[in-house]
Design a binder for this molecule. Structure first.
Ligand code: C3B
Length: 800
């Protein structure tokens, strides 16, 4: 009769035990004290900052879980179509501050903490360790999207891995080199996850695949590893909707191998458990670079197999036929890392659910969407066929079967075009053969997108050109990246946030949830009082950052100097080299001036931050150069207060939150056509320039006399033993793949323009205001709604 039946026990007893989100001051303090006393087992006399942080975190978590439970119940009841974001990286950073702001409870908790004797709330906030489960742009994008999904009240879950060690901790040795240390972030209890031993799946590796009939097979034997879920509640901003980020951890199927144990071979008995747990031990620290390790492929399969098992189990609970799977499920592949999901879903459909091959393939294509994040050849994933044969024999069969019919279709469209077949095959021929994961992702998806207009155009015209010809252009779209204005404006820049709210009127949720409203700032741009406030916020942010630098690095910064920032992963294509070579040029120029001329120079603080992959020699050499240039410049009395250079160690989400609000300019100077999105405005791809270097070599002196001098000075040992840097200097002298010498002179020109512009304070502030005012489009809310509407066909489901 449509009446809901209470599932078990007495409804009234259950309901009297349920709690709501606690917003009353007394209930907040009570809940904190409760967690001090029970969860972390301490008392008023022995609680320190770290303990207070944890008790507060558990108290906030209680609130998140109340909302999380209600949201998940609503999704189950309404059964809307859901989207799943499969990402091998979620670079979350800290959670407490963000959760409190999203819940709108920051002030209340601040007050409560004060009453309990913790005056400095920021200190508590800062005792949280970053969740650094990502390398850089791709992982941080996933974190922004998961925030926006909840804020936009979309039924969107994230699926990832629970790495025990996140991005490594970067230290700088006395000779200026990067030294890596592990990041055991889980050694400190993590209040933001809920262990779900009840949600687990077995994932198979190795073994044999035996075909039965035309399309089916039985895959058996090999190793089985248990995937166990850990759920991280993701609160939306000023909504009760709270989504889920499900991270998988690996556990041995049995504690250890009992046969070996009983036979007295203890080491062999624990071996298999060690190998199971190794799966989720550590994040691969490579950005935009593929490293073909078996363990990495195991991570990819483990995570996708567990996620798909979970998604299909949830779907089956609906009681709908599999023919409707795509009406309830959309899965986004964040880069090619989860591409093995395509043959895995086929395996589930065909081998386990007995769905005919052609129908299974049709549904599969409707379910997946693929986002490409890079056109760099070294980043495109290719796995050796023999490795697949060994690790995932059934998936290799499926890939070969898919390739066979795909190439037949190509052949039909372009008969006798052998070159095209070779180019488009999922299998790259050779010894060994390789599987081209990006192509597999394209044929397995209904939509493919790049992450910025220019990048998507490059995807269509270069790496995927043949596929655009085959499928037609409508399959290949663009979703311009975005960032969450909660963390990257409201949370990290509270001064600016208040000024914006005060200027636009009303409450901050208005513009925070519709970032295009920032345009309203433009009507105040000529108001001197507003300009002054704007400049004051910047100065305060610079002071806050300077204090951090003095405390952590012992260096005093001139806060009236122009703060010039380049923070991102170290990579040749991102050209930190161009920046540091420009800095050396600036240093040489200033040294050549007399005292009177020097006094006119616009003072600068040049800040670098970012990690190099541990195996990336050239990137690490550039870090070393930056540090040794900094050492010389910062110690030179002629440069005091005029030029300071710093490499900020261990750049992370939390360091970014301090550094970004303090910057006057940020540098995005990658070689044209290489950075997929970022925020750069590069418009041209200089292919023929590169051709020139290779086939018509010219001397560095001819290409840029200024750069030739800079390189000479480095080689001569001005910044320590010059021979160390020879391999780096040679990349510029010959080949110069990333076109540093071609762009050097115009880079210096641009920097001159920056100096001139900075001297006109009023027009500089106006530029800054305009930049912020026009940022609306780059909200991740806009981006995620774009995916929801055009790629996933899902709608908001609001929790009241
Ligand atoms: C990055 C790209 O390098 C950036 O241009 C882009 O803004 C972000 O992704 C997000 O789309 N990227 C990355 O961090 N790691 C990769 N493996 C590939 C791309």
């Amino acid at each position: 009769d449509g009446k809901e039946v209470w599932p078990r026990g007495q409804e009234s007893v259950w309901k009297s035990g349920l709690r709501a989100v606690e917003t009353e001051e007394t209930s907040i303090t009570k809940s904190i004290v409760h967690h001090v006393q029970t969860t972390i087992a301490r008392q008023a006399y022995n609680i320190d900052e770290e303990g207070a942080y944890r008790a507060i975190a558990y108290s906030v978590r209680d609130n998140l879980i109340v909302n999380w439970n209600d949201t998940q119940m609503l999704y189950t009841r309404k059964a809307p179509k859901r989207a799943y974001y499969l990402s091998l990286e979620f670079l979350m950073g800290r959670t407490l501050d963000n959760a409190l702001l999203n819940l709108g409870l920051k002030e209340d908790y601040q007050k409560a903490a004060r009453k309990l004797g913790f005056e400095d709330f920021e200190e508590l906030v800062e005792s949280e360790r970053d969740a650094a489960l990502g390398n850089g742009g791709l992982g941080r994008l996933a974190a922004c999207y998961i925030d926006s999904g909840a804020t936009c009240e979309l039924p969107l879950w994230g699926y990832g891995l629970r790495y025990h060690y996140g991005m490594f901790w970067q230290q700088i040795s006395t000779d200026g080199s990067q030294v890596e240390a592990p990041d055991p972030w889980l050694n400190h209890a993590n209040p933001w996850e809920v262990h779900r031993p009840d949600v687990s799946y077995l994932v198979r590796f190795y073994g044999h695949a035996e075909r039965i009939g035309d399309s089916k097979a039985i895959w058996s034997g090999g190793q089985e590893v248990m995937a166990v879920a850990y759920d991280v509640p993701i609160p939306g901003s000023y909504t009760r909707n709270t989504n889920n980020l499900r991270l998988w951890d690996a556990k041995p199927k049995r504690g250890f191998d009992l046969n070996s144990f009983n036979a007295g071979d203890y080491e062999k008995a624990v071996e298999s458990s060690n190998s199971a747990e190794a799966l989720t031990r550590v994040l691969y620290p490579n950005d935009n670079h593929m490293v073909g390790k078996e363990l990495r492929l195991k991570q990819q399969y483990f995570w996708t197999a567990a996620s798909l098992a979970d998604i299909t189990r949830r779907f089956k609970q609906l009681g709908e036929p599999f023919s409707k799977f795509h009406e309830y499920v959309a899965i986004q592949l964040n880069d090619t890392h989860p591409t093995i999901a395509v043959p895995e879903l086929m395996r589930i459909f065909v081998d386990e659910e007995d769905i005919p091959w052609d129908q299974a393939w049709e549904i599969t294509q409707k379910v997946f969407g693929y986002t490409n994040h890079t056109v760099l050849p070294e980043a495109l994933e290719k796995w050796p066929v023999p490795l697949f044969q060994h690790l995932l024999p059934r998936h290799l069969q499926i890939i070969f079967d898919l390739n066979h019919s795909f190439l037949q279709a190509v052949e039909k469209k372009w008969p006798n075009d052998r070159d095209r077949l070779t180019r488009m095959s999922l299998i790259q021929e050779g010894f060994p053969q390789y599987i081209r994961m990006a192509y597999l992702a394209v044929i397995g998806s209904h939509k493919v997108n790049g992450v910025a207009e220019l990048h998507s155009e490059l995807v269509r015209t270069t790496i995927m050109k043949d596929f655009v010809d085959f499928y037609g252009p409508s399959k290949f779209g663009n979703v311009t990246n975005g960032i969450t204005p909660r963390r990257w404006l409201d949370q990290c820049n509270p001064g600016l946030s208040s000024l914006i709210t005060e200027t636009l009127g009303g409450d901050k949720t208005k513009w925070l949830k519709d970032l295009s409203k920032l345009e309203g700032l433009l009507s105040h741009i000529d108001d001197p009082a507003f300009q002054k406030k704007w400049a004051d916020v910047k100065l305060q942010n610079k002071q806050r950052f300077a204090q951090f630098i003095e405390q952590t690095m012992g260096v005093k910064l001139n806060t009236s100097a122009l703060f010039d920032v380049q923070v991102k992963r170290l990579h040749e294509y991102k050209r930190q080299s161009l920046n540091i070579l420009g800095v050396i040029h600036r240093y040489l120029t200033i040294k050549s001036l007399n005292a009177e001329e020097r006094a006119k120079v616009v003072p600068r603080v040049v800040l670098f931050g970012g990690k190099a992959a541990p195996g990336y020699y050239m990137a690490k050499l550039v870090i070393r150069l930056i540090n040794n240039v900094a050492k010389v410049i910062n110690a030179d009395p002629d440069l005091q207060g005029i030029l300071t250079v710093l490499f900020v160690p261990d750049y992370s989400v939390s360091v970014a939150e301090l550094l970004i609000p303090a910057s006057d300019i940020s540098e995005h100077i990658s070689t044209a056509g290489t950075e997929a999105s970022g925020t750069s405005n590069m418009k041209f791809c200089f292919e023929d320039l590169r051709y020139n270097h290779q086939y018509h070599p010219t001397s560095l002196e001819e290409r840029s006399p200024a750069l030739a001098v800079v390189c000479k000075v480095i080689a001569e040992g001005r910044f320590g033993d010059g021979s160390i840097y020879e391999p780096f200097l040679n990349t510029i002298r010959t080949g110069d793949y990333y076109l540093v010498s071609d762009d050097f002179d115009s880079y210096l020109e641009a920097q001159k323009m920056v100096d001139t512009a900075y001297q006109d304070k009023v027009s500089w502030v106006k530029k800054s205001i305009t930049t912020t005012a026009k940022m609306g489009k780059f909200s991740s809310d806009r981006a995620i709604m774009n995916y929801a509407e055009e790629y996933w066909n899902i709608e908001p489901v609001k929790l009241n």
